[in-house]
Design a protein around this ligand. Structure first.
Ligand code: DX5
Ligand code: ZN
Length: 219
Protein backbone atom coordinates (compact mmCIF):
# COMPACT_ATOMS: atom_id res chain seq x y z
CA UNK A 1 0.00 0.00 0.00
CA UNK A 2 1.28 3.48 -0.85
CA UNK A 3 1.58 5.87 2.07
CA UNK A 4 -1.09 8.49 2.64
CA UNK A 5 -0.13 12.06 3.51
CA UNK A 6 -2.29 13.96 5.99
CA UNK A 7 -1.29 17.62 6.32
CA UNK A 8 -2.05 18.97 9.81
CA UNK A 9 -4.00 22.22 9.71
CA UNK A 10 -2.37 23.21 13.01
CA UNK A 11 0.35 24.89 10.96
CA UNK A 12 -2.06 26.48 8.44
CA UNK A 13 -2.99 30.17 8.31
CA UNK A 14 -6.35 30.14 10.13
CA UNK A 15 -7.40 33.47 8.62
CA UNK A 16 -7.32 31.82 5.19
CA UNK A 17 -8.35 28.32 6.07
CA UNK A 18 -10.29 27.56 2.85
CA UNK A 19 -7.31 28.69 0.75
CA UNK A 20 -4.98 26.56 2.87
CA UNK A 21 -7.20 23.51 2.39
CA UNK A 22 -7.26 24.20 -1.36
CA UNK A 23 -3.47 24.61 -1.43
CA UNK A 24 -2.75 21.20 0.12
CA UNK A 25 -5.58 19.51 -1.78
CA UNK A 26 -4.07 20.73 -5.07
CA UNK A 27 -0.71 19.64 -3.67
CA UNK A 28 -1.84 16.02 -3.37
CA UNK A 29 -2.97 15.63 0.25
CA UNK A 30 -4.82 12.35 0.85
CA UNK A 31 -6.43 13.30 4.15
CA UNK A 32 -6.62 16.41 6.33
CA UNK A 33 -5.51 16.12 9.97
CA UNK A 34 -7.23 18.40 12.52
CA UNK A 35 -5.67 18.83 15.95
CA UNK A 36 -8.15 19.53 18.73
CA UNK A 37 -6.55 20.63 22.04
CA UNK A 38 -8.35 21.45 25.28
CA UNK A 39 -5.71 23.16 27.42
CA UNK A 40 -5.87 20.27 29.94
CA UNK A 41 -4.71 17.15 28.15
CA UNK A 42 -2.05 19.27 26.46
CA UNK A 43 -0.76 22.74 27.40
CA UNK A 44 -2.34 24.42 24.36
CA UNK A 45 -5.77 25.29 22.95
CA UNK A 46 -6.87 25.08 19.34
CA UNK A 47 -10.43 24.72 18.03
CA UNK A 48 -13.62 22.74 18.33
CA UNK A 49 -16.37 21.32 16.11
CA UNK A 50 -17.15 24.68 14.45
CA UNK A 51 -13.84 24.70 12.59
CA UNK A 52 -14.20 21.03 11.65
CA UNK A 53 -17.62 21.88 10.17
CA UNK A 54 -16.17 24.86 8.27
CA UNK A 55 -13.44 22.67 6.78
CA UNK A 56 -16.00 19.96 5.95
CA UNK A 57 -17.84 22.52 3.82
CA UNK A 58 -14.83 23.23 1.62
CA UNK A 59 -13.35 19.75 1.05
CA UNK A 60 -14.23 16.19 0.15
CA UNK A 61 -11.01 14.81 1.64
CA UNK A 62 -11.33 12.51 4.67
CA UNK A 63 -11.15 14.52 7.91
CA UNK A 64 -8.86 12.90 10.47
CA UNK A 65 -9.75 14.54 13.79
CA UNK A 66 -7.16 14.08 16.56
CA UNK A 67 -8.72 14.75 19.96
CA UNK A 68 -6.05 15.78 22.46
CA UNK A 69 -8.70 16.27 25.10
CA UNK A 70 -9.05 14.95 28.64
CA UNK A 71 -12.71 13.84 28.45
CA UNK A 72 -13.45 12.68 24.89
CA UNK A 73 -16.86 11.21 25.85
CA UNK A 74 -18.30 14.72 26.18
CA UNK A 75 -17.44 15.76 22.63
CA UNK A 76 -17.72 12.87 20.19
CA UNK A 77 -21.29 13.68 19.11
CA UNK A 78 -20.54 17.28 18.07
CA UNK A 79 -17.38 16.23 16.24
CA UNK A 80 -19.22 13.43 14.43
CA UNK A 81 -21.99 15.85 13.43
CA UNK A 82 -19.36 18.33 12.24
CA UNK A 83 -18.25 15.79 9.63
CA UNK A 84 -15.25 13.92 11.06
CA UNK A 85 -14.36 10.70 9.19
CA UNK A 86 -11.91 9.46 11.84
CA UNK A 87 -12.15 10.39 15.52
CA UNK A 88 -8.96 9.64 17.44
CA UNK A 89 -8.96 9.60 21.23
CA UNK A 90 -5.88 9.14 23.44
CA UNK A 91 -5.17 6.02 25.47
CA UNK A 92 -4.01 8.45 28.21
CA UNK A 93 -7.42 10.23 28.28
CA UNK A 94 -9.99 9.79 31.05
CA UNK A 95 -13.25 7.86 31.05
CA UNK A 96 -14.53 4.55 29.71
CA UNK A 97 -12.50 4.46 26.51
CA UNK A 98 -14.02 1.16 25.33
CA UNK A 99 -17.46 2.77 25.51
CA UNK A 100 -16.24 5.91 23.73
CA UNK A 101 -14.70 3.90 20.85
CA UNK A 102 -17.90 1.87 20.44
CA UNK A 103 -19.99 5.04 20.51
CA UNK A 104 -17.78 6.61 17.82
CA UNK A 105 -18.45 3.60 15.58
CA UNK A 106 -22.15 3.83 16.40
CA UNK A 107 -22.10 7.39 15.09
CA UNK A 108 -20.83 6.13 11.72
CA UNK A 109 -17.30 7.42 12.26
CA UNK A 110 -14.05 5.40 12.21
CA UNK A 111 -12.78 4.98 15.80
CA UNK A 112 -9.08 5.46 16.40
CA UNK A 113 -6.70 5.52 19.36
CA UNK A 114 -3.47 7.43 19.89
CA UNK A 115 -0.48 6.85 22.16
CA UNK A 116 2.00 9.42 23.52
CA UNK A 117 5.77 8.86 23.32
CA UNK A 118 6.25 7.88 27.01
CA UNK A 119 3.34 5.37 27.07
CA UNK A 120 4.25 1.70 26.48
CA UNK A 121 2.59 0.06 23.48
CA UNK A 122 1.00 -2.59 25.76
CA UNK A 123 -1.41 0.09 27.02
CA UNK A 124 -3.21 -0.16 23.65
CA UNK A 125 -3.98 -3.86 24.02
CA UNK A 126 -7.58 -3.58 25.31
CA UNK A 127 -8.56 -1.30 22.42
CA UNK A 128 -6.86 -2.74 19.33
CA UNK A 129 -9.83 -4.89 18.30
CA UNK A 130 -12.14 -1.86 18.47
CA UNK A 131 -10.30 0.61 16.25
CA UNK A 132 -9.75 1.21 12.53
CA UNK A 133 -6.59 3.26 13.09
CA UNK A 134 -3.78 3.56 15.64
CA UNK A 135 -1.97 6.90 15.82
CA UNK A 136 1.56 6.73 17.20
CA UNK A 137 2.72 10.14 18.45
CA UNK A 138 6.32 10.87 17.50
CA UNK A 139 6.41 14.12 19.53
CA UNK A 140 4.81 15.01 22.84
CA UNK A 141 1.52 16.51 21.68
CA UNK A 142 0.67 20.17 22.04
CA UNK A 143 2.64 22.02 19.41
CA UNK A 144 3.68 21.78 15.78
CA UNK A 145 7.27 22.09 14.66
CA UNK A 146 8.91 19.78 17.23
CA UNK A 147 11.62 17.21 16.44
CA UNK A 148 10.79 13.56 15.65
CA UNK A 149 11.41 11.19 18.60
CA UNK A 150 13.03 8.07 17.03
CA UNK A 151 12.44 5.99 20.19
CA UNK A 152 8.77 5.54 19.17
CA UNK A 153 9.68 3.61 15.99
CA UNK A 154 9.71 0.18 17.75
CA UNK A 155 6.07 0.83 18.77
CA UNK A 156 5.14 1.20 15.10
CA UNK A 157 7.00 -2.04 14.34
CA UNK A 158 5.21 -3.89 17.13
CA UNK A 159 1.81 -2.65 15.96
CA UNK A 160 2.58 -3.65 12.36
CA UNK A 161 3.77 -7.13 13.30
CA UNK A 162 0.53 -8.38 14.82
CA UNK A 163 -2.65 -9.59 13.15
CA UNK A 164 -4.69 -6.42 12.74
CA UNK A 165 -7.65 -4.65 11.25
CA UNK A 166 -6.30 -1.14 11.95
CA UNK A 167 -4.09 1.07 9.86
CA UNK A 168 -1.06 2.78 11.43
CA UNK A 169 -0.57 6.54 11.42
CA UNK A 170 2.34 8.58 12.77
CA UNK A 171 2.24 12.22 13.87
CA UNK A 172 4.94 14.66 14.88
CA UNK A 173 8.14 15.83 13.25
CA UNK A 174 7.44 14.08 9.95
CA UNK A 175 9.36 15.46 6.98
CA UNK A 176 11.25 14.05 3.98
CA UNK A 177 14.00 12.75 6.34
CA UNK A 178 11.85 11.11 9.03
CA UNK A 179 9.14 9.73 6.70
CA UNK A 180 11.50 6.94 5.57
CA UNK A 181 12.18 5.35 8.96
CA UNK A 182 8.52 5.79 9.98
CA UNK A 183 7.22 4.09 6.83
CA UNK A 184 9.88 1.38 6.98
CA UNK A 185 8.59 0.45 10.43
CA UNK A 186 5.04 0.19 9.11
CA UNK A 187 3.44 3.64 9.29
CA UNK A 188 0.86 3.97 6.49
CA UNK A 189 -0.53 7.45 7.09
CA UNK A 190 2.01 10.23 7.65
CA UNK A 191 0.80 13.42 9.35
CA UNK A 192 2.87 16.50 8.56
CA UNK A 193 2.16 20.03 9.76
CA UNK A 194 5.10 22.41 9.60
CA UNK A 195 6.88 20.45 6.84
CA UNK A 196 3.89 21.04 4.53
CA UNK A 197 2.42 24.39 5.55
CA UNK A 198 5.81 25.90 6.31
CA UNK A 199 7.03 25.12 2.80
CA UNK A 200 6.65 27.70 0.06
CA UNK A 201 5.63 24.90 -2.33
CA UNK A 202 3.25 22.57 -0.47
CA UNK A 203 2.96 20.21 -3.47
CA UNK A 204 6.73 19.74 -3.52
CA UNK A 205 6.84 19.13 0.24
CA UNK A 206 4.04 16.55 0.05
CA UNK A 207 5.70 14.84 -2.92
CA UNK A 208 9.04 14.64 -1.09
CA UNK A 209 7.46 13.12 2.04
CA UNK A 210 5.46 10.69 -0.09
CA UNK A 211 8.50 9.63 -2.13
CA UNK A 212 10.55 9.00 1.02
CA UNK A 213 7.70 7.04 2.58
CA UNK A 214 6.90 4.94 -0.48
CA UNK A 215 10.58 4.13 -1.06
CA UNK A 216 10.81 2.72 2.47
CA UNK A 217 7.50 0.83 2.77
CA UNK A 218 7.95 -2.84 3.59
CA UNK A 219 6.79 -5.05 0.72
C1 DX5 B 1 1.06 17.77 17.74
C2 DX5 B 1 -0.03 17.49 16.71
C3 DX5 B 1 0.50 17.28 15.36
C4 DX5 B 1 1.22 18.49 14.79
C5 DX5 B 1 2.28 17.99 13.88
O1 DX5 B 1 0.47 17.96 18.98
O2 DX5 B 1 -0.80 16.36 17.08
O3 DX5 B 1 -0.50 16.84 14.46
O4 DX5 B 1 0.40 19.35 14.06
O5 DX5 B 1 3.06 19.08 13.48
P1 DX5 B 1 4.52 18.85 12.90
O6 DX5 B 1 4.36 18.02 11.66
O7 DX5 B 1 4.99 20.24 12.66
O8 DX5 B 1 5.29 18.11 13.97
ZN1 ZN C 1 -2.14 15.49 15.47
Amino acid sequence: MAVKIAPSLLSADFARIADEVARVTAGGADWLHLDVMDGHFVPNLTFGPALVRAVRQVTELPLDVHLMIERPADFIVPFAKAGADYLTIHVEAQGDLTRVLKDIRGLGVHPAISINPPTPVEALEPYLSLVDLVLVMSVNPGFGGQGFIPEVVPKVKALAARPRSYIIEIDGGINAETAGPAAAAGAEVLVAGSAVFGARDAAKAIAAIRAAGDASRPR
